[in-house]
Design a protein around this ligand. Structure first.
Ligand code: URA
Length: 443
């Protein structure tokens, strides 16, 4: 080291003291706009320490924030990075965000379906963590497909094909990345103001003109009950509306998995079936419900998206979308090396099949990751042969487990213990609607 070390940069005079901001929220006071702008910015430039931000996040979890505070917190996170602008595109834009669930492959058929109607879909997606799968992990099971695009490639594909599903760059809401990592290790993920601002800062920064939120509720979802899912949905719709984005939320059921597959290549195969005019009825129903909302929010409420699944237009966009990112839409998808069947212990009506248990089993089979740097197995996952409401015979297969590493079967089977109920024939399963509620901007 040189004897003449460079002088330390002069300490910037900070307008607030982090301890005062923490105390204010601890004592249930409202934070001012200036305090919020400062604390988010100061944290991203290391002028507020992790332990101070942790204390503030816990105070927010315990004491909440009002609409103005949440909106300002979101704006401060957006201002920490770049904001994309689609105004030079020749078509309107609409995006969808799901709060995550088991077997939730809806983005895959939905993006090309909406694009087939002249609305561009800029879908910046993530990888899976824990029991919910990630859209990028699913698409990466297609040989050659590439998740990372430059901004120029992203815009060019959006103009040319109309749909892009790719990784979000590091430039969008970088403050959220740091805050989310801190929330993960401080027990503060579950705060509705923090979840809503985290999701919406990225979606608003992404620049979409319209946004449809699929807020999942049930055992396989973040939000286990309708009241908290409704509060999250309302908070996000308000944030989008305040930011000038036409925003609508659907509350949808996640007590049982969506479709008949949970796992990367398994889900891609099922999505292609939907694009081919077939597929499980619940996946088709939700794809169409979200497509109608996205098209209406983008100003096209006079078309029926069901036609484009039947006549091949959505499939054409899918093939172009996959090819544009280096993927081969005709390539065989990976298949796991080993399978194991779960058989019905008795005959009767399947009255319950629990989403969380199936998601955990798929994760343990290798479809998901425990740490963000872990690899995933493309062929791993759970294939369901029946869904609640179906009649089964004793000894008939209920599920097939797929993995490359058979030592994983035991732990996957353990997570399926108590995952389903079979009642005597004639029993009525308690199946509610898939779309539970719709939340739009308040006039
Ligand atoms: N997804 C996000 O992006 N942020 C959260 O806080 C929760 C889910």
């Amino acid at each position: 080291m040189s004897r003449h070390a460079a002088p330390a940069p002069p300490r910037r005079e900070e307008p607030f003291d982090a301890v005062d901001v923490i105390r204010a929220k601890r004592d249930r006071q409202e934070l001012s706009d200036e305090q919020i702008d400062w604390v988010v910015d100061a944290y991203t430039r290391d002028a507020v320490a992790d332990e101070q931000m942790s204390a503030l996040l816990m105070a927010i979890l315990l004491n909440g924030m009002n609409r103005r505070e949440i909106s300002r917190w979101t704006t401060a996170m957006i201002s920490s990075g770049e904001r994309l602008d689609f105004s030079r595109l020749s078509r309107p834009t609409a995006d969808k965000h799901s709060t995550g669930g088991v077997g939730d492959k809806i983005t895959l058929p939905l993006a090309p379906l909406v694009a087939a109607h002249g609305v561009a879909v800029p879908q910046l997606s993530g990888r899976g963590l824990g029991h919910t799968g990630g859209t990028l992990d699913k698409l990466e099971s297609i040989p050659g497909w590439r998740a990372n695009l430059s901004n120029d490639e992203f815009f060019a594909q959006l103009e040319d094909v109309g749909a892009v599903i790719c990784a979000a760059g590091t430039g969008l809401a970088p403050a959220d990345k740091r805050l989310y990592a801190l929330r993960d290790v401080t027990g503060t993920v579950e705060a509705i103001p923090l979840i809503a601002s985290s999701i919406m800062s990225k979606k608003i920064a992404e620049g979409t003109g319209a946004l449809v939120l699929d807020v999942k509720v049930g055992t396989g979802a973040f939000m286990k009950d309708i009241d908290s899912a409704g509060e999250l949905a309302r908070t996000m719709v308000d944030l989008g509306t305040d930011a000038g984005v036409t925003t609508v939320a659907l509350l949808t059921d996640m007590s049982t998995p969506l479709g008949l597959t949970a796992g990367n290549a398994l889900e891609v195969r099922e999505s292609v079936e939907v694009l081919d005019g077939g597929g499980p009825p619940d996946v088709v129903e939700l794809t169409l419900a979200l497509a109608r909302e996205m098209l209406a929010a983008a100003g096209k409420d006079d078309v029926d998206p069901a036609d484009a699944l039947k006549d091949g237009r959505a499939m054409d966009v899918w093939r172009r979308m996959i090819s544009a990112q280096g993927g081969d839409p005709d390539a065989d998808l990976p298949v796991a090396k080993q399978t194991h069947q779960v058989l019905a212990p008795a005959g009767g009506v399947l009255t319950r099949l629990d989403a969380l248990s199936v998601g955990m089993a798929a994760w343990r089979l290798g479809a998901g990751r425990a740490r963000k740097e872990d690899p995933v197995q493309a062929g791993a996952g759970v294939q369901m042969h029946v869904k609640p409401g179906a009649l089964v015979r004793a000894g008939e297969p209920l599920m097939t487990l797929h993995t490359d590493t058979p030592e994983r079967f035991e732990r996957a089977l353990a997570s399926l213990e108590g995952a389903f109920d079979i009642a005597p024939e004639g029993a009525r399963p308690d199946i509610g609607p898939l779309v539970i509620d719709r939340i739009a901007a308040q006039p």
